[in-house]
Design a binder for this molecule. Structure first.
Ligand SMILES: Cc1ncc(COP(=O)(O)O)c(C=O)c1O
Ligand SMILES: N[C@@H](CCCC[NH3+])C(=O)O
Length: 437
């Protein structure tokens, strides 16, 4: 296989250039290293060990600022589940974003960050009594209700005037992986628009004296590429805005804005979204003669994914019948996304170029499916001791990590202006043992 055949499909370059848009802003190659946030990857690996999740603070904050700039007057809500970490929540609070949480646990991190309650939204298709009590105790500004049972339960627990949003399932196919497609009918999230359940939910909220309807909420899925999916959502939900019989002050379109993982994949068209979705909302409201609700968005992945890089140490290279396996010191415990969604990644060997050949990067866990990246080109002489860098690992990596095989979860190291500091420390054997009796 020639290099020209290899490059478009596999996502790694043999040239000493970085794939555009995938790595944190300002990441550069020097003769023998990959420099992230001004800190060489070899130095990060030596100081903090591997695997190690590196997070470039300026990239996170500039992506957050881009949402705020693109959508003046809108409320930009960081999806806390994408990177649950008090320090990241503090950056969001300081930069004027709101925060969504989907459990008492995520709320505990928000509390640790002293995130202002008036800018916190709680959602989730299941909220236990503990989740709801924690939300009420902290005084979160809005709860997104997701079932008739929850409306009744929250109504009984809440003090007078707790604001809620009703999560609507608009029946929109966002053309994403089925596991993260949440706008289509007949799945567990929200109240379907088509069946009339969403309007009934609005009525039930009105029937609870302790609740007040603040608005409507939708979230059509994650890794959504097309602005048209959001336009279609607005068109469908506008009918409900008009039918509510009360002013709908807020319309939350959720998150889902895509991030690039492989060379050539586009970033989300944020300005197209701002223009076209606002246009659709204004038009649909004008036609129905209802006031235009304030827009909310809940980006997660699009803010943090490309700010993250995971560093792994190569532990062994093995030759199968048809494939070369490069085995590293992490795996599905720090990145289950390939196993869950068939996710693909861009991988680089740090500090050395060379004639590439396709390899399969595998993890250390007791599953044949523990594959981090299939058929990626790495220099043919890749060997134990080498350092690998995987791009676009800032979203849903720390969040989804487990300690399968009792492997401690990696740290998250924030970098900026040449300075590195842990914002999540590595999980130790003491941490692991603490839970056992
Ligand atoms: C309700 C809600 N809002 C926001 C998000 C964030 O999505 P993403 O990280 O794809 O932007 C999610 C996750 O898909 C979600 O479930
Ligand atoms: N966990 C998914 C995203 C889920 C979005 C949350 N509703 C991923 O890693 O892509």
């Amino acid at each position: 296989m020639t290099l020209a055949e290899l490059l478009p499909s596999t996502g790694c370059s043999a040239e000493p250039v970085l794939e555009a848009g995938l790595w944190p802003d300002g990441t550069r190659l020097d003769a023998s290293d990959l420099v992230i946030g001004g800190v060489p990857a070899t130095r990060l690996a030596a100081r903090f060990g591997t695997p190690c999740q590196v997070l470039d603070e300026p990239t996170v904050r500039s992506r957050a600022a881009a949402f705020v700039r693109a959508l003046p007057g809108a409320e930009v809500v960081f999806a806390g589940k994408s990177l649950p970490c008090p320090e990241v929540y503090r950056w969001m609070a300081a930069d004027g974003l709101s925060l969504d949480v989907s459990s008492a646990g995520e709320l505990a991190l928000a509390r640790a960050a002293v995130f202002p309650a008036r800018r916190i939204i709680m959602h989730g298709n299941v909220k236990t009594a503990e989740d709801l009590k924690a939300a009420l105790a902290y005084g979160v500004s809005r709860v997104v209700v997701d079932s008739f049972d929850e409306i009744a339960q929250l109504g009984a627990l809440a003090r007078h005037g707790q604001e809620v949003m009703v999560r609507v399932t608009p029946g929109v196919d966002a053309h994403t992986h089925a596991a993260v497609a949440t706008g289509v009918d007949d799945q567990k999230f929200g109240f379907p628009l088509a069946s009339g359940a969403a309007l009934e939910a609005v009525r039930r909220v009105a029937g609870q004296p302790s609740l007040r309807l603040a608005g409507l909420h939708c979230h059509i899925g994650s890794q959504v590429r097309h602005v048209a999916s959001y336009e279609e959502t607005v068109r469908r939900v506008a009918g409900l805005v008009a039918a509510c019989g009360t002013r709908v002050e807020q319309l939350d379109l959720g998150g889902g804005f895509c991030a690039p993982y492989l060379p050539g994949e586009p970033s989300f068209d944020l300005f197209g979204f701002a223009h076209r979705v606002r246009g659709a909302l204004n038009y649909e409201c004008a036609v129905r003669r209802v006031p235009v609700p304030r827009l909310l968005v809940e980006p997660g992945r699009s803010i943090v994914a490309n700010a993250g890089v995971t560093l792994y140490r190569v532990c062994a290279v093995k030759y199968g019948v048809n494939r070369t396996f490069v085995a590293v010191d992490g795996g599905m415990s720090d990145n289950p996304r390939p196993a869950l969604y068939g996710a693909k990644y861009t991988v680089r060997l740090v500090g050395r170029g060379g004639r590439p050949r396709p390899v399969t990067v595998v993890g250390r866990h007791c599953e044949a499916g523990d594959v981090l990246a299939e058929d990626v080109p790495l220099p043919a002489d890749v060997h134990a001791g080498d350092l690998l860098a995987v791009a676009a690992t800032g979203a849903y990596h720390h969040a989804l990590a487990s300690n399968y095989n009792q492997v401690g979860r990696p740290p998250v190291i924030a970098v900026r202006d040449g300075v590195a500091r842990p914002v999540v420390r590595r999980e130790t054997e003491e941490d692991l043992l603490r839970r056992y009796v």
